[in-house]
Design a protein around this ligand. Structure first.
Ligand code: NAI
Ligand code: MG
Length: 499
């Protein structure tokens, strides 16, 4: 067994069975009720920390703090220069501590340390990208046609208090993504991390204070979705919910938000099509398509889980992908050699392995994987091998439902028209991929796919400056890119009569 990392002193307080507090109004506090819940290491099942189980009274306090910081506090009125300086200091702290942040998230949700380390450029880059945008906010002057002398221009103003609800699949990235854009726009935030992986959010909240963020601008409330998350979604003091997670929870949030008509942006699930044509470069496409589905143990919203392979290369492709898949190293994420860690929780383990039975019952074949790993060190963690279903039909549940585990459904196709029809025959529309050396084939496929992102001869690349989001039931709104700030801004039209 290769050497595992030891726990750095900076994060020991989060992962040695202690009870860290949550962040409200610049102070670290327990839940009003005093209740806690356990957060576990998915590689071992061991206890990491007992966290405050926030409920409505805690959310009330956090929203009140965020309201004060927005309505009368310094944040919304602070000069962009000063907001930017705080955010740049935060980015520097993230950069300096990224290795330890990576270890913290690996312990909390299981992803391989090599993957978490690979987040460095994106995490720091996002923090700096949003810091940069603080000084790039602008309205427009508009030529109007009414008689007389009227000048019209627009102001962009922060929408107010944002409730940010994030999932567990890439915790520190999700935090910086949502909080960075919201505070760059001048909003204040109550963030509820996922109950499965809340630790890095607490540390990042602390770093924001250290960087000089005024009290109450960002609050971190730990707790369950059904309690703390629901209280935030329905709260009249919240102006906007920015959510990433499952489509079902997204729908519940839209219902909850309807009573006050608060704004909502949703980054939801997917069942993304990945299309390999006969002429594709298989040296690229085989590992590319495998990792499009398996990376982060498949716990990626845009994972390429419906793999369409053109008939002429289907057998060769499946054989090559099977041997590549069997070469992947599954293990404890702290081990530097691990390529795929455990899935995040017992619940996810059961959900994913249940799909093995569903797929078998539907008549799909299994080329690799298909059974929980239980030997030796695997026994106490939630380990699932990368799994390839073949002989899949697009109408099977394993081809329609988001499994959120390392599972791919492979389907053969005969021509361009039929594969586009199948690829778009899904209620989701988040990601998509196409592998071909024919530029025309690539170009028309890009246009035909009804998805928010299409990767050509690659899969899964993300950058702070590039927008990301879904069509249809994969949500609405865009995160990343300059347009991300629109999610957190109102537009005010100003009419001035001059004479
Ligand atoms: P989830 O959508 O229930 O959880 C995501 C976040 O929403 C968490 O912070 C959770 O506490 C919160 N939440 C849950 N119920 C809520 C409610 N009623 N009101 C407000 N907030 C609420 O996802 P979960 O249960 O962790 O995973 C279940 C499935 O969802 C996965 O198997 C996967 O298919 C999908 N999922 C998709 C993600 C994506 O990025 N597309 C991320 C996480 C899960
Ligand atoms: Mg849940």
């Amino acid at each position: 067994m290769p050497q595992e990392l030891t726990v750095p002193s900076t994060i020991a307080r989060f992962v040695t069975g202690a009870s860290p507090s949550m962040l409200i109004d610049g102070a670290f506090v327990p839940a009003v009720s005093g209740e806690t819940f356990d957060t576990l290491n998915p590689a071992t099942g061991g206890l990491l920390a007992r966290l405050p189980a926030a409920d409505a009274p805690d959310v009330d306090r956090a929203v009140a703090a965020a309201r004060r910081a927005f309505d009368s506090g310094p944040w919304a009125t602070m000069k962009p220069y000063d907001r930017q300086r705080i955010m740049m200091r935060f980015a520097d702290l993230v950069e300096a501590r990224h290795e330890d942040l990576a270890i913290l998230d690996t312990l909390d949700m299981g992803a391989p340390i090599q993957r978490m380390r690979g987040n460095l450029r994106r995490a720091v880059g996002m923090a700096r990208f949003y810091a940069g945008l603080t000084t790039a906010l602008r309205g427009e002057t508009i030529a109007n046609s009414i008689p007389g002398d009227f000048h019209t221009h627009t102001l962009r103003e922060p929408v107010g208090v944002v409730g940010a609800i994030i999932p567990w699949n890439n915790p520190h990235i999700a935090f910086i993504w949502k909080v960075g854009a919201a505070i760059a726009a001048g909003c204040t935030v109550v963030l509820k991390p996922a109950e499965e992986a809340s630790l890095s959010a607490l540390w990042l909240g602390e770093m924001l204070l250290e960087a000089g963020l005024p009290n109450g601008v960002v609050n971190v409330v730990t707790g369950f979705g059904e309690t703390a998350g629901a209280a935030l979604s329905v709260h009249p003091g919240v102006d906007k919910i920015a959510f990433t997670g499952s489509t079902a929870t997204g729908q519940a949030i839209v219902h909850a938000a309807a009573n006050t008509l608060k704004r909502v942006s949703l980054e939801l699930g997917g069942k993304s099509p990945n299309i390999v044509f006969n002429d594709a470069d298989l040296d690229l496409a085989v590992p590319g398509a495998a990792m499009a589905a398996f990376t982060n143990s498949g716990q990626v919203c845009s994972a390429g889980t419906r793999l369409f392979v053109e008939r002429g290369i289907y057998d060769e492709f499946v054989a090559a992908m099977t041997s590549y898949t069997r070469s992947l190293t599954v293990g404890n994420g702290l081990d530097g050699d691990t390529q795929l860690g455990p899935v995040v929780s017992q619940t996810q383990l059961e959900r994913v392995t249940n799909y093995f039975e569903i797929g078998r019952a539907e008549g799909a074949a299994i080329a690799s994987g298909g059974k929980r790993l239980t030997d030796g060190d695997y026994a106490s963690g939630y380990f699932v091998p990368p799994t390839i279903f073949t002989d899949v039909h697009n109408e099977m549940r394993i081809a329609k439902e988001e499994i959120f585990g390392p599972v791919v459904s492979v389907m053969a196709f005969d021509d361009y028209e039929s594969v586009i029809r199948l690829a778009n025959a899904s209620p989701f529309g988040l990601g998509g991929g196409v592998w071909t050396n024919d530029l025309n084939q690539a170009t028309r496929t890009v246009s035909a796919l009804r998805t928010g992102t299409v990767w050509v001869n690659c899969y899964g690349q993300m950058d702070p400056a590039v927008p990301f989001g879904g069509y249809r039931m994969s949500g609405y709104g865009r995160e990343g890119g300059v347009e991300h700030l629109d999610e957190f801004l109102e537009t005010k039209a100003v009419w001035t009569q001059t004479h």
